[in-house]
Design a protein around this ligand. Structure first.
Ligand code: HSE
Length: 467
């Protein structure tokens, strides 16, 4: 009988009976032994994971259907244990002791390195323990092997915290958008580079100066080249593209360009043209290929994502049924990242008794449906370009520049020529092109370099309309 036809005293009795059955089921689940977590690493994210799990234990148990407790943790140095209380937590200085502890059900890997983390995660899988990790490099570089092993052993490996810190972007794409074809995504997925670009824009500061501040504030990775050269963003893009398009993880095929090519004057000229420069991670599905690229990008200042500033992250996803959606939040930091780690733990606990074949696949698509689509070469990418030249200030130079672009079928959308500085004989010339293949732009730059009246470095940045 449809619910809407239940009326009168009879119906209330049935509702009461149903509630009482639900309460019994809840009580039965409460009697389940709590799930035991083995935590690898008690650094910033590890310590925050302990605090969130402890502080919100009751709420989390109501969601997961049973208690979740950290019973064993590894610390790098036993004499530098953070003052967290750690009541009832066994401490080891060897993470393998945690992974091999028969009392541990789920291993949470927060040590960060690739090689040690890979060895420990594979061992946890062999030991039949589910894994939660925040390690983007590990998933981007070794994820294919990890998921294959996990599949064989019926183990879950969850990695929400690997991309966008606390933003639930993996879950959103993998589950929330499961009915859509993803067309493209573009993300600000590195807080350090966004902090640098925002400070350069708002305070007109030089790149090196802002980077030093980002390091002082603890935003940058231990090795800041990972942030600055776009490697951290490329790790995250590898993961996002894989779950968006059902392709294998292939970090080596991401075209990566760092943020240090952007000069303060480019930020100013871009603004004059109506654009903001952001360091974007972009994945786009064309007819039969996928583009994977990380680079500084001019985006129209009217886009919401153009206004994501400081260390914040945001990912814009274009899906065929839903259209564009924007996911915004804290991309790093102890409690923000712990939020994603704990959500993964809850997910694992909720489904650990489910048939492994009926769980959400690691990479969103069933393992036998992962399609190895070709990745576009950057020369085949078609977009618009910002080109900054330093030109000798004399008649005919602009005509020659236009001759080079015209011959290569590059259509110019806008040109800015600035006044020469006091006593200077050259002027900055900024070209904004319409959409064109990168191959043609590279050829134009080669010809500009061979032209005597163009001096100094040529800056080439890509432009995306994000619609
Ligand atoms: N270094 C990263 C960032 C931290 O700047 O976003 C989180 O991955």
């Amino acid at each position: 009988m449809p619910c809407s036809t239940i009326i009168g005293a009879n119906a209330s009795e049935r509702v009461r009976a149903k509630r009482s059955n639900m309460n019994d089921a809840w009580k039965r689940r409460q009697t389940l032994k709590p799930v035991h977590i083995g935590l690898l690493g008690l650094g910033t994210v590890g310590g925050s994971t302990y605090q969130v799990l402890t502080r919100n234990a009751e709420e989390i148990a109501r969601r997961a259907g049973r208690g979740i407790v950290i019973t064993h943790a590894s610390v790098r140095s036993p004499d530098r244990v953070p003052p967290l209380g750690l009541e009832g937590v066994k401490l080891s200085d060897n993470p393998q002791t945690v992974v091999d502890d028969p009392d541990v059900d789920v291993v949470v890997e927060l040590i960060g390195s690739y090689e040690d983390a890979f060895r420990l995660v594979m061992r946890a899988i062999e030991n039949g323990k589910h894994v939660v990790t925040a390690n983007k490099g590990l998933i981007a570089l070794r994820g294919n092997e990890i998921f294959e092993a996990a599949q064989q052993h019926g183990i879950m490996v969850a990695f929400e915290a690997a991309v966008g810190g606390g933003i639930p972007i993996i879950k959103s794409i993998r589950e929330g958008l499961a009915g859509n074809k993803i067309e493209w995504l573009a993300g600000i997925v590195n807080g350090t580079t966004n902090f640098i670009l925002t400070s350069m824009l708002e305070q007109g500061r030089e790149f090196g100066d802002v980077l030093a501040e980002a390091q002082r504030l603890g935003y940058a990775e231990a090795d800041p080249t990972f942030d600055v050269d776009g490697i951290d963003a490329a790790h995250k893009l590898t993961i996002l593209a894989s779950i968006a398009f059902g392709i294998p993880l292939q970090f080596q095929k991401v075209y990566t360009e760092g943020v240090s090519v952007v000069r303060p004057e480019d930020i100013v000229y871009a603004r004059e043209l109506g654009y903001i420069i952001k360091h974007l991670a972009i994945a786009r599905k064309t007819d039969d290929r996928v583009e994977l690229r990380v680079h500084p990008t001019l985006i129209p200042e009217s886009r919401l994502i153009a206004n994501v500033n400081g260390v914040m992250n945001a990912i814009l996803v274009s899906a065929d049924a839903l259209g564009p959606t924007l996911y915004y939040g804290a991309g790093a930091g102890g409690e923000a990242t712990a939020s994603a780690v704990v959500a993964d733990v809850v997910d694992v606990v909720r489904t650990m008794t489910a048939d492994p074949n009926n769980r959400v696949p690691h990479l969103a698509f069933k393992p036998d449906q992962i399609a190895d689509l070709p990745i576009s070469s950057i020369e085949d990418v078609e977009t618009s370009y910002y080109i900054r030249l330093q030109a000798v200030d004399r008649p005919g130079v602009l005509a020659k520049v236009a001759g080079i672009t015209g011959a290569l079928d590059i259509s110019i959308e806008a040109v800015i020529q600035k006044e020469p500085g006091e006593g200077e004989t050259t002027v900055p010339l900024i070209l904004l092109t319409r959409k064109v293949k990168e191959r043609a732009v590279n050829e134009a730059i080669r010809e500009f370099k061979a032209f005597d009246d163009i001096v100094g470095d040529i800056v080439r940045l890509r432009v995306e309309s994000l619609i």
